[in-house]
Design a protein around this ligand. Sequence first.
Ligand code: NAP
Ligand code: 8YV
Length: 321
Amino acid sequence: DKRELLAIGGMTPRMMEAFARNFVVYEMAAIGDPESFLREKGEGIEAIATYGAEKVPAALIDALPNLKMISCYGVGYDGIDTAKAVERGVVVTHTPNVLDDDVANTAILLMLAVSRQLVRDDRWVRSGNWKAKGAAPLTRSIEGKPVGIVGLGRIGETIAEKLQAFSCKVSYHSRNRRDVPYAYYSDLRQMAEEVDYLVVITPGGAATRHLVNREVMDALGPEGTLINVARGTVIDEAEMVAALREGRLGYAGLDVFEAEPHVPEELFTMDNVVLLPHVGSATAETRQAMGDLTVENIERFFAEGKVTTPVPEAAHLVKKG
Ligand code: NAP
Ligand code: 8YV
C-alpha cells in the first residue's frame, strides 16, 4: 500500500511524477472543501510537500495526526509553523545551497537594472523616444561602489563573492560576526549610512520583521538603493513606499513583497524602482535541482530514516547524511 502525501502550492510535473511513484498524492489546490477533506483523509497523510511561499500553519499540522515530515520546496521556511512541527516530532526539510547562485544573480540583476535603468531604457527604444528625443539620460554605475549585505549566509556570501567582479566594497550586517574579508557592522543603521546599496537576504519570520525600518532607509538616503531578495516582511513596506515617494530613499529593486502577490500600486508609477514577481530562484535549472532535493528528502526519510537537508530546528529529530 502506498503512503499518502499532501502537496501544497505549485510543484513541477517532474516532482509530481516522482511523488506518484511512492505516494497517493492529494493536491491542496484541487480540494474544494479543505475542512471536510482533512476530516476524511487527514489521518492517512504522512508527508507534506510545500511550496516555500505557502503556509503550513499549526491548525493544519494538528489536523494530520500521523504526519511525519514536511518537505519544503525552497530554502526559506518562514511559512511553516516549524515550532509546532518540531513539538509534534515532525521533521522539516528545505532546499539550501542549490539555489545560491541564481538568487545571488537575481540580486545583482536588480542592482544593475535599477542603476542602469534597464526597464526605462528598453521603453525608450520601444516607444520611439530614441528617434524622437535622441539619447536616453545618463544612468549610474555599480562599479566599485560600497554595498552592504544584510544577512551574510549562504546566499549573502555568494552575492559578496560575485560583487568582487564589479570591484564593489562589500560590508555586512548580521547578528554574528564571521571570519570573512568584509567589514562587519553590528549596527544596521550605521552600515546603511556608509553604503550606496543595501542588499537584503536574511530569512523572513518574526525575528527579522521590519528590520529595515524608516531609520535604516533614511540612513541609506536619497542616493541610496534598496534591494530585497529575502522576504517582503523584512522591510517596512509602507515606510519604503513613503520614503521613495518623498525622495528620502533613492531607488529600490524588489523581488519580494509583504502580501504577495499584492504589490502596493504606488510602486507601479515610479521610475526609480524595478519590480519582480518573486523569481529569485525561478530558472529551469535551479528549480529542477530544488525539486529533486525536495523529493530526495521525502524518499530518503521513508526509505532510510535519514534526510539530506533538515532545517536546523528539526535536525535533532532525524539522521542527516
Ligand atoms: P542562511 O544561510 O541561513 O543565511 C541567513 C543570514 O541571515 C545569516 O547570515 C544570518 O546570520 C542572517 N540573519 C538571520 N536572522 C537575522 C537577524 N534577525 N538580523 C540580522 N541578520 C540575520 O540563509 P540563505 O540560504 O542565505 O537564505 C536566506 C533567505 O533568502 C531565505 O531564508 C529566504 O527567505 C530568502 N530567499 C529568497 C529567494 C527568492 O526567491 N527571492 C530565494 C531563496 C531564498 P546571523 O544568524 O549571524 O544573524
Ligand atoms: C522559492 C524562495 O520561490 O527558496 C526560497 O526561500 O523564496 C524561492 O526559492 C519559494 O520558496 C517558493 O518555493
